[in-house]
Design a protein around this ligand. Structure first.
Ligand code: C2E
Ligand code: MG
Ligand code: MG
Length: 753
């Protein structure tokens, strides 16, 4: 008998246990066996008279029996195990022998029967197999068969005994096996009672669980178990393998069916769906499906658990709302707005050419309202402002209270940025022309707005918001209703911090790159030069444009090494063009800070020598503003550059200072008309007038005039008519990486206008 069986039998306390040991008086095996085996009284009397002789003759059987026991490894193993458990093997073997031979002893039938049954039971308990017992009886029979002819028994009696002894042995064997059967039955019964008790407990427990549970036989597609709550819900009728599918909200059914298919394929699944069980109100339920897999790896059963999680979901929603909503105004708070902004940025990255606009709005004089009218009125005002803003912002755009009296508007990816932004700004400003009423007072409230756009003004949510705030602060300082972010005037400390470490290693890591934009002769359509324009291939942010690099680099003192790099790189490239057969100059922009560096001319000379190109292959572009910062110094530097043969261009001409006297004092070669006059020149009379004047001025002073920002054919034609010399702009080509620019040069000596 195994330990677990022993443990269970002893601890069970089940009234059914041990019942079969108490045999009924009618349960008499001997009588039946005597009858079946035709064991007559006369035969048994005959046995009595030869019993002593037979017993004496079997003394040698002990050795045969011991050999049988210990030569058979399986039996020997059981005996040794018995010994290991503290039993005495010798004693056990002797009692087995005695039990076997007792068929020859004079014994009351009832007592003998009980002994045999008990032996059978004990054999089960000790792990003796029935076949071994049969083997032992067979051995004894063979022994007696050999013994009988050697004994001094008269012939007829010997014949009778020869027939009787096998039947006596068969009877004993039979009754011993009855003992086996009774013991096995008893144990099975105990086992069943034990299982029934556990099942009852499990059922009690499952009925107490406030969830619905059921199991489905996959092959038969039927419910094979349903706990009490589920049975009560459906009145015991569980026709579908998925009770509740009909009660599931139509929108959620598909995910339930998908989960079911998944579970049938052997995967544990969980879904949350809305259901109105037995026509009750709709609640959220969590359905967990646990497949049970058979040995062949197929799902045999799926166990299902259905829990009402309405309360949890509602709490989750409430928590989410609390965490993402501004309590006072009910608008999304900064955290949620930041999420929206990040999503919009991701969408815009997937749609090249689109933009995201971040508008920071601040209530003017809010502190005054708060201090003079009290905080309650301040709160009402904030709510009113939120409501008014909400009424004008489209649903797809996102309005938030970012904190204090600051609000934020996020315009989802738009293609025509300026136009869309101006429309919103106008709507906001117009909406605040109407005063707010509080009690009997009229409160005139105005806002100041700052605007930053992705990707031009920043690529991260943090920088965009900081830049929009910087623009708003500048607007406040200048008393303006709104301002767009301007990298020169609004370089934020955050942006500096953001790039400070990275910019230093960017040069070493070769992250900077130059793109070249062709300059084309308006009469011949031939490429006559190229402007080198800086790009930063930022490892995390992609391409960073110069408007965002230059101001920060200036603040960080990084402009000098960057200018050096631009000079060397662009001149080497120019050398390459010459080698390829195109002798065109390159134009390099020099920032204010670099221009102030007294060593600039030396560096330019070194770079020209290093690249092996002459000075007339280089044009330096300086903005008017830079020039005017220190006109005396500019005069000196220009003289040295002229000595090297380097030409000078005034960049963004027309946007700087009004004094033009410097033009006649300095050795200038080129005027580059700022693109703001050129882009719409075909449609704007004032722009035409300005462009015409600049061309005339430049020509009168003997300069070449370049028009920047030529974006369309009409502008090109107009500039041809106005006699402008050179054009640069997207209509001709965008700035190109060096390889593509080389290809362009090789393919098109002439570019069509
Ligand atoms: P910029 O010197 O006036 O250069 C022309 C800018 O106008 C370039 O912008 C160019 O891509 C853009 N552009 C050219 N054609 C068109 C057009 O048809 N339409 C429009 N909308 N834009 C056009 P980018 O490359 O972003 O450079 C901006 C400014 O950054 C440059 O203005 C220049 O002032 C500065 N910059 C660029 N590279 C360098 C550099 O290596 N060093 C310094 N100090 N400044 C640089
Ligand atoms: Mg330029
Ligand atoms: Mg320019």
């Amino acid at each position: 008998m195994t330990d677990s069986k022993q443990g269970r039998g002893k601890t069970d306390g089940n009234p059914a246990a041990g019942k079969l040991c108490q045999r009924s008086p009618t349960d008499c095996h001997f009588r039946e066996y005597n009858y079946i085996l035709r064991l007559s009284k006369a035969e048994r009397t005959l046995l009595d008279s030869y019993r002593a002789v037979l017993v004496a003759g079997t003394s040698g059987f002990a050795e045969v029996f011991y050999n049988y026991l210990f030569d058979n490894p399986a039996i020997a193993e059981v005996l040794y195990a018995y010994e290991r458990d503290g039993g005495d093997v010798g004693l056990l073997a002797r009692s087995e022998l005695q039990h076997l031979l007792q068929c020859l002893e004079a014994c009351n039938d009832g007592v003998r029967e009980e002994q045999l049954l008990e032996a059978g039971r004990l054999h089960v308990a000790r792990g003796f197999r029935q076949s071994w017992i049969i083997g032992a009886y067979d051995l004894l029979l063979e022994y007696l068969n050999t013994l009988l002819p050697t004994l001094d028994i008269p012939g007829p009696h010997a014949v009778e005994l020869d027939s009787l002894l096998p039947r006596i042995l068969l009877r004993d064997l039979g009754v011993t096996l009855e003992g086996y059967w009774e013991q096995t039955q008893e144990e099975t019964q105990e086992e069943l009672a034990y299982i029934a008790a556990r099942l009852g407990e499990a059922e009690d427990m499952l009925s107490g669980v406030p969830h619905y549970m059921w199991s489905v036989d996959i092959l038969k597609n039927t419910v094979i178990y349903a706990n009490f709550p589920l049975q009560s819900l459906y009145g015991g009728k569980l026709e579908s393998p998925f009770p509740g599918i009909e009660d599931t909200c139509v929108d959620d059914r598909q995910q339930l069916l998908t989960a079911w298919q998944n579970a049938v394929s052997g995967n544990t699944c969980q879904v949350e769906v809305r259901m109105s069980l037995a026509d009750s109100e709709t609640h959220w339920y969590r359905i967990s499906l646990y497949p049970s897999i058979n040995r062949q790896g197929r799902t045999r059963t799926v166990h299902c658990l259905l829990e009402d999680i309405n309360h949890q979901i509602n709490e989750r929603i409430q928590l989410q709302q609390l965490a993402t909503t501004d309590r006072l105004t009910g608008l999304p708070n900064r955290a949620l707005w930041t999420d929206h902004l990040n999503m919009a940025l991701a969408a815009s990255r997937r749609a090249p050419g689109s933009s995201v606009v971040v508008i920071s709005l601040d209530i003017n004089q809010f502190k005054m309202y708060n201090d003079t009218l009290g905080h309650d009125v301040g709160d009402v005002l904030l709510r009113d402002v939120a409501e008014r803003l909400n009424s004008i912002v489209r649903e797809s755009d996102s309005l938030s209270r970012l904190g204090g009296d600051q609000f934020g508007i996020l315009l989802q990816p738009v293609n025509n940025v300026r136009e869309a932004t101006e429309r919103v700004i106008t709507k906001v400003l117009d909406a605040f022309d109407i005063p707010f009423s509080h009690k009997d007072k009229q409160l005139c409230v105005s806002l100041t707005l700052g605007i930053a756009c992705f990707p031009d003004d920043g690529v991260s949510e943090e920088i965009l918001l900081t830049n929009a705030e910087s623009a708003m602060q500048r607007a406040k300082r200048n008393g303006l209703p709104y301002q767009y972010f301007d990298p020169v005037n609004d370089v934020s400390s955050v942006q500096q911090l953001h790039y400070s470490g990275q910019m230093r290693v960017a040069l070493e890591n070769d992250e900077f790159e130059l793109h070249y934009q062709p300059q084309v002769n308006l009469q011949t359509s031939q490429i006559t030069g190229a402007e080198a324009l800086l790009r930063w291939n930022h490892p995390g942010e992609g391409t960073v444009m110069p408007q965002r690099i230059i101001p920060v680099a200036e603040q960080l003192g990084m402009m000098t090494p960057i200018t050096d790099w631009v000079l060397v790189t662009s001149l080497r490239q120019c050398r390459q063009w010459i080698c390829n057969g195109s002798c065109i100059p390159v134009s390099v922009n020099v920032s204010a800070r670099s221009f102030q560096n007294p060593r600039l001319p030396d560096k330019i000379k070194w770079a020209l020598d290093e690249a092996g190109v002459s000075g007339d292959q280089l044009e330096i572009e300086i903005t008017e503003a830079t020039l005017m910062q220190d006109i005396d110094r500019a005069t000196e530097i220009f003289a040295r550059l002229s000595d090297l043969g380097v030409t000078i261009a005034i960049d963004d001409f027309g946007t700087g200072y009004s004094s033009l006297s410097y033009l006649k004092r300095l050795p200038i070669h080129t005027l580059k008309i700022d693109q703001s006059f050129v882009m719409d020149v075909a449609f704007d009379h004032q722009d035409i007038a300005i462009v015409r004047s600049i061309i005339e001025l430049g020509h009168n002073l003997g300069y070449k005039v370049v028009a920047e920002g030529v974006e369309n054919r009409m502008a090109w034609d107009l500039l041809v008519n106005l006699g402008c010399d050179t054009a640069q702009g997207f209509h001709i080509s965008k700035p190109l990486p060096d390889e593509r620019f080389c290809t362009l040069l090789a393919e098109t000596g002439r570019l069509p206008g």
